[in-house]
Design a protein around this ligand. Sequence first.
Ligand code: PMP
Length: 404
Amino acid sequence: MNTRFASRMAQVKPSAIRELLQYGADPSIIAFGGGYPDASLFPIEQLNHVFEASILQNGSESLQYGLSTGLPRLRAQIADRMRGDNVECSANNVLILQGGQQGLDLVGKLLIDKGDTILTEDPTFLGALIAFAPFEPKYITVPMDEEGIQIDALERTLEAHGRIKFLYTVPDFQNPTGVTMTLARRKRLIELANKYDFIILEDSPYRETRYEGEHVPPIKSLDTEGRVLFLGSFSKILAPGLRLGWMVASEELIEQLGLLKLAADTQTSTLNMSAVSLYLDTYSIDQHIEKIKTLYHHKRDVMLNAIKASFPEEVIFTIPGGGMFTWLTLPEGVDSQRFMLDHALPEAKVTYVPGATFFPLAPRHNHARISFATQSDDNIRKGMSALGSCLKRSLQKTTVTSVI
Ligand code: PMP
């Protein structure tokens, strides 16, 4: 049959990451490409208990339909946690989502008309580009450095382009770079948003995993005009299979988003919301998060030490203070995707995510995203050492050829 797809489908393409992940299925390959958390951290017994209790003790409610904005008790618990993070809010400012990813889709529906301009960090989270694509936006990108989005460049861009619909940022331990936006830049970002009248979509699923460095308040906590939408998630602090995330925004926006949520999926699973709500009442999620931080801190150190010991000096890497990723910058002219297919996979038996896919407009090819979350210490050492040797061999050859 010749299906007449909607024209928006021209923008919908398979994720390059998913295609590359197929290589990771080979057991002889050490995969650093995925964005999965370490499954050994899932609190299985505790979740088993709260799911069982939700069904046996409260089944008539936890198996029933509920409100599209989410279980009132869970909304209140999330508001409590957000207030603990300096965000003034109540349960009415919280919308429960099917993972943070759903928030990206709903915000796309809420705000993007075809051709509207969205500003993003360069590079940015691929899942956001995938979520926004069906709404056919135009992008303007602003480069990043080790302090987050380059705020002077942002100001110049705003001066030049005038109105934008919203700015999308992942300010904490960004996916893909691992970089965190400084407080000074967050403050200036809010000033610019007020001056140029745009919304900020603050997507921060890694926020609570900081294992090093000073706490930096969320951009939402600096918001004086209700123009920041904060996206949070239980994926990295409990388990992604729960598909539970949340949005914090003005009541007006939450109401509108609630209507879209109703149209999209009626509501998030009542059972999952009840179980997580009971988990938060019964156990200390903060204690659990401490375990996550300890393990990721350790794995980050194993990875960075291995990189320092075996990579050529020309390769630069970020030092994340939380989250799961470091971002490699290879010398100009090295194409990380070609290098992976020609060398990293066959010779070093490792995969990563080539960086080009994270740039909305002009792909830069000499970057790679590497996750240290899921591999064992031994595999991290082995994989980085093999990748380092492979890089050394190949970069030497490049220099020799270029001299010739
Ligand atoms: N935003 C960012 C920056 C992410 O890295 C992810 C997941 N990798 C998400 C949103 C979506 O996460 P989830 O839907 O599992 O909450």
